[in-house]
Write a protein that binds this ligand. Sequence first.
Ligand code: GLN
Length: 539
Amino acid sequence: MSTTKYIFVTGGVASSLGKGIIASSLAKLLQARGYKVTIQKLDPYINVDPGTLNPYEHGECYVTEDGAETDLDLGHYERFLNSPTSQANNVTTGRIYQSVINKERRGDYLGKTVQIIPHITDEIKRYIKYLGSKKKFDVVISEIGGTVGDIESLPYIEAVRQMKWELGTDALIIHLTLVPYLSASGELKTKPTQHSVKQLLENGVQPDVLVLRTEHKLTPDLKGKVALFCNVSKEAVIESIDVSTIYEVPIRMKDEKLDIIVLNKLGLPLGEEPDLINWNEFLYRYKNPKKEVTIALIGKYVELRDAYKSITEAIIHAGASNECKVRVEWIHSEKINEDNIEKRLKDCHGILIAPGFGHRGIEGKIIAAKYARELKIPFFGICLGMQIAVIEFARNILNLQGADSTEMNPSTEFPVIDLMDEQKGITDKGGTMRLGSYACNLKKDSGAYKAYGKSKISERHRHRYEFNNSFLPMIETAGMRATGFNPDTNLVEIIEIPEHPWYIGVQFHPEYSSTVLQPHPLFVAFIKAAIENSQKKSI
Ligand code: GLN
């Protein structure tokens, strides 16, 4: 196929309607018909990336293989499409302005007045077209963050208007809105959708497809009314009804023929009937579990589920792979102490300590790691969770009183976790951590090797601190082993306790690379260990 087609997904009426899931589902269907598709998120905030954002503000920060700190929607894109995204898949207003201002300082604009139109909009268009031209995708789907009508989104909507004008039928606009249900009158209301489309029209953008989020089935009459008021053909008014799992949305969108409508409008051949056999198998296993386990997820943002999005999704993938329903017990690390630990964790079959930054909640996590080690409960420590396992072991087995990470206590006598050499002297916060994929070699007789089934792996990182190798001999003699190393720097990437049924800590983030069709091997092995533990418990 010669020209790349561009699809834009905008949102109206309310935020959090699931533009990312609709974009991912459409991409999945097009991919299943044989097209090369990618999805991009355009975020209208001024931070250059979400890396410096507090999870309370923006949920999890997702990390790509090439080390970009991105919006969590990129996690959905990868989990649905099973193919990696990159820095180019997430662009913020901050990044756009940064590059325009850099060009202005270099003199690239030759004395012109630099303005939102055309300079900012040109830069937005450049980022959108980049994926099509450089990466050779058949279809690029660009999801525009925020809601139509936000001041921040205006330059993006204007860029969409220009691209539609330039590209004609090679561009298509999907607008996602909400059809609220008024229980008092028992009615579904289309007025908010009409208003939101009017708002788009005021900006010169005519949507081609409307996806209506709803809690109740839409009647043909209602769809006809929306079509009439919004200049959209009737078959292009798509119902997106609430479903029990986001992974069902592609199936619903296929039933609604979203893929066929989009391909017809873009003038593309329908290709093969979408191959969703593996996807449906996953859904079947997910919906028909044969067993159930409870995993304690210990973190400090547990009131905000989005902060651990990739972890909870990786647990879902691994649960389905084990034909097991996994109940996640969210436990706030600041609320755990020696007195209540037994009560809080006794019904859990596995304990996962989440990544994190700063000292808040650390002591609770250390108590939980100790509990898991002593009671032989499957333990999975991720990034900070792995560092916690090392600190706990140093304090309680090696008896190094006050052992710590220098992140929490810079003057500790026993810095078992310490700042990486390359991090010393860095003061800027944005994009300065050890980020992205690094190679790791596994010891053949380890639990990690057993899970992966190979000795050379590559995993994504996001941290500043590391295992301090000067403590390695002492720690290994006492029964904790380092089983994964970076081949270039010798950094310890994985620790295990071989005497324990399943006790693994990883310095990297396996959750980022777990997908529906390729659940992450460590999560799969962890859930399997939790199942074995639950069977032991019930004997
Ligand atoms: N705060 C720790 C570090 O910077 C761990 C980071 C993480 O869990 N992502 O090394």
